[in-house]
Design a protein around this ligand. Structure first.
Ligand SMILES: Cc1cc(C(=O)N2CCN(C)CC2)sc1-c1cc(O)c2nc[nH]c(=O)c2c1
Ligand SMILES: [Mg+2]
Length: 215
């Protein structure tokens, strides 16, 4: 059967990037996104903002909700020390399979714990099954309608501590208004909005919300 868009991106990476070179993998995905087919990767413009947050935070324990093709997982893992524990969760089996190959091509499979499951099932298991005490940083980029559900699950499962940094994609496009409202008004976070460009677009606006848990 014909290849999916995600498989086409993976093939392009395998044929145009250098195995074991994460930056060349990111560059190939971005070139494909700009020049050939749009895809919902974080992309280079918002990616540079996330890079800065990851470098500033230097997390030892990190969680990503929404792996998709693995682009942001590679983006994050390339900045983490070997000692860091980084888990990424993807619900869609086909996307998870593409991500596994993309992450392997980048040579980062030893730095990324890939989980294929519903985040609502995984979050309550992080302490017991994944030996997590608390999270230093979280990147939320799965589905806008469950952003609030999942950050509340992180709270009730005692996975956040004073200073945990929670970053969320797509605050403007497609938009996560309930999430923005929650983190900005619930009193539990110091939250800032970082305006940027929508992935692979010169004119559409989007942005990342960065919310630091007050503990
Ligand atoms: C799938 C999709 C379509 C969008 C859009 O407005 N489009 C008009 C403009 N054309 C060009 C693209 C299509 S925005 C978006 C999207 C973007 C993300 O970064 C996402 N991140 C995580 N999870 C998501 O479901 C997610 C969806
Ligand atoms: Mg996104």
């Amino acid at each position: 059967s014909a290849m999916s868009k995600e498989q086409r991106v993976l093939q392009y990476v395998q044929q145009n990037a250098s195995r074991g070179d994460p930056d060349s993998v990111l560059a190939a995905v971005d070139k494909f996104g700009w020049e050939t087919e749009w895809a919902m990767n974080l992309g280079d413009v918002k990616g540079a903002i996330l890079d800065r947050f990851v470098k500033e935070t230097a997390p030892q324990t990190m969680l990503e909700l929404g792996t998709y093709m693995g682009y942001s997982a590679i983006r994050i893992a390339r900045l983490l020390p070997e000692t860091a524990k980084f888990m990424t969760v993807e619900f869609d089996q086909e996307n998870a399979a593409v991500a596994r190959e993309m992450i392997e091509f980048a040579g980062l499979q030893n730095r990324i714990i890939q989980i294929t499951s519903d985040t609502a099932d995984v979050i309550p298991q992080l302490k017991t099954k994944y030996d997590v005490e608390t999270l230093d940083m979280v990147f939320i980029d799965h589905w806008k309608d469950v952003y609030v559900r999942d950050i509340k699950l992180l709270e009730t499962n005692k996975l956040l501590r004073k200073g945990t940094v929670v970053v969320a994609d797509n605050i403007i496009k497609p938009g996560a208004p309930e999430y923005a409202e929650y983190v900005r008004t619930c009193g539990k976070y110091d939250s800032t909005f970082h305006e940027s460009r929508f992935e692979y677009s010169n004119d559409d606006i989007d942005g990342l919300e960065k919310s630091v848990f007050r503990g």
